[in-house]
Design a protein around this ligand. Structure first.
Ligand SMILES: *[C@@H]1O[C@H](CO)[C@@H](O)[C@H](O)[C@H]1NC(C)=O
Ligand SMILES: *[C@@H]1O[C@H](CO)[C@@H](O)[C@H](O)[C@H]1NC(C)=O
Ligand SMILES: *[C@@H]1O[C@H](CO)[C@@H](O)[C@H](O)[C@H]1NC(C)=O
Ligand SMILES: *[C@@H]1O[C@H](CO)[C@@H](O)[C@H](O)[C@H]1NC(C)=O
Ligand SMILES: *[C@@H]1O[C@H](CO)[C@@H](O)[C@H](O)[C@H]1NC(C)=O
Ligand SMILES: *[C@@H]1O[C@H](CO)[C@@H](O)[C@H](O)[C@H]1NC(C)=O
Ligand SMILES: *[C@@H]1O[C@H](CO)[C@@H](O)[C@H](O)[C@H]1NC(C)=O
Length: 376
């Protein structure tokens, strides 16, 4: 989601289903000797249980200034059985903000500096340790396609080029990999990591798809060299798919993405897709076909995929409910994570971009409570 930068944050200072016989045999063996989350056929195995999983997104969690708020959110997620949580693992700036505002990496004058201080990666440390003790598993990503919290543009400001040359600029890729190395090495032994994610919604508009494919190949191989035990995924929206395509914009290759080719890269463990019919000029009812066509593609590749973000601001129970039901009954889709989770913090309500579903609300009951009951 291209979440608008939210001024509010600166104030904070700163299975009981029959579709898969393999999936019904849950709770047995660890699929991986490491004990970390892993894939198991077209599903995921977390803490020894192979199942379909539900999760959500809180991009802002590592940017909060109050650790009790972090604990509070993770308590509510854990008690809701939302097992997978995706957060922004980046926060890029071009000038150091005022004290009390969180930032992770400064790009200025042709160099990059990682902030390991109390306003820096120590915030992420706290989220990881709090998630660890509650059994919540994190997807942590490393850069934003969009300008919110800096993004690829923050690198471009310091190193030159543009959004499409970002993927091939060697100075930029060196800085990006140095950041990845710092974060991955910090948490490579943590039980709280579900997966490392290359970027939020990478696109390379008008580029040959080989640009992103080569970047995914190189970056995912680099992450595996640092940490062979955790899953790695791309974080893309699922664009660029021929099989099942209705010819509409999201299926085209114009954003420089080839879903199947990228998912086939050996160092990519699972695929992701996002779903925003409102932003893509599609009807809300189109959403279920987007999920099922991707499920078929993921099953054909032999890797599970996550419906990793989905949202609308109109009648979420009626419109998002069928997307979730389709995800659950589609082989190849192994988890879904709505965009985005909301909760009450010490500073008031967490950010609302119009798609937020607040803990304890009526909408939460259908999108979370009822859905998790349906998973079984
Ligand atoms: C931190 O958050 C907790 C609730 O989560 C609240 O009780 C406490 O007052 C907050 N502390 C500050 C300094 O705002
Ligand atoms: C970058 O260089 C300019 C000009 O020398 C200087 O004013 C500025 O403080 C530098 N920025 C950082 C973050 O070091
Ligand atoms: C980005 O930079 C590349 C390489 O210099 C150039 O070929 C391309 O036209 C630029 N794209 C845009 C949108 O400016
Ligand atoms: C992917 O990268 C590896 C090296 O890490 C290289 O051997 C391989 O040829 C690359 N594959 C593609 C499709 O680029
Ligand atoms: C799991 O175990 C296998 C074999 O021991 C290994 O190759 C793999 O990298 C491990 N991690 C994941 C995430 O699959
Ligand atoms: C294409 O879609 C069909 C029907 O959903 C499916 O059976 C097949 O495995 C898919 N093939 C590929 C290569 O994605
Ligand atoms: C899967 O769920 C969707 C949405 O509820 C429904 O329309 C479809 O018929 C279901 N398909 C199967 C095979 O159960």
């Amino acid at each position: 989601m291209r979440a608008a930068f939210l001024p509010l944050l600166t104030l904070f200072g700163h299975h009981a289903f029959a579709r898969s016989t393999s999936r019904t045999a849950t709770g047995s063996s660890l699929a991986n000797s490491t004990g970390f989350p892993t894939t198991d056929g077209l599903d995921f195995n977390i803490d020894g249980t192979t199942s379909y999983y539900a999760g959500t997104n809180t991009y802002w969690l590592a940017f909060l200034n109050n650790n009790s708020d972090v604990d509070h959110v993770l308590d509510d997620l854990a008690s809701s059985d939302l097992k997978i949580l995706r957060i922004w693992g980046f926060n890029d700036v071009n000038t150091i903000p005022a004290s009390g505002t969180v930032w992770f990496q400064l790009h200025a004058n042709g160099t990059s500096t990682i902030n390991t201080g109390t306003d820096g990666l120590q915030k992420l440390d706290y989220v990881v340790s709090s998630a660890e003790s509650r059994g919540v598993k994190l997807i942590i990503n490393f850069v934003n396609n969009w300008d919110d919290y800096g993004g690829m543009y923050a690198y471009v400001v310091a190193y030159g080029g543009n959004q499409t040359s970002w993927y091939t600029n060697s100075q930029i890729q060196t800085a990006y990999q140095t950041y990845i190395k710092t974060v991955v090495n910090r948490y490579s032994s943590s039980s709280a990591i579900f997966a490392w994610e290359l970027a939020n919604e990478p696109r390379c508009n008008g580029c040959d798809t080989s640009v992103i494919t080569d970047w995914v190949n190189a970056t995912s191989a680099y992450i595996k060299s640092l940490d062979p035990n955790h899953l790695v995924t791309i974080g893309d929206e699922g664009f660029g798919l021929t099989n099942g395509s209705d010819g509409s914009y999201p299926y085209t290759f114009g954003e420089g993405l080839d879903f199947t080719t990228n998912l086939n890269i050996p160092t990519i463990d699972f695929g992701t897709l996002h779903l925003y019919p409102d932003s893509w000029g599609e009807a809300l009812s189109w959403g279920s076909s987007w999920v099922s066509t991707h499920g078929a593609a993921c099953a054909a590749v032999g890797k599970p995929c996550i419906l990793e973000e989905f949202g609308t601001s109109s009648d979420q129970c009626a419109n998002e409910g069928p997307w979730q039901a389709t995800a659950l009954n589609t082989s190849g889709i192994a988890a879904d994570m709505f965009w985005q989770y909301g909760d009450t913090l010490s500073t008031g309500e967490s950010p609302d971009d119009g798609n937020t579903i607040y803990y304890g609300s009526d909408i939460y009951t259908c999108i979370v409570t009822d859905h998790i009951q349906a998973i079984g």
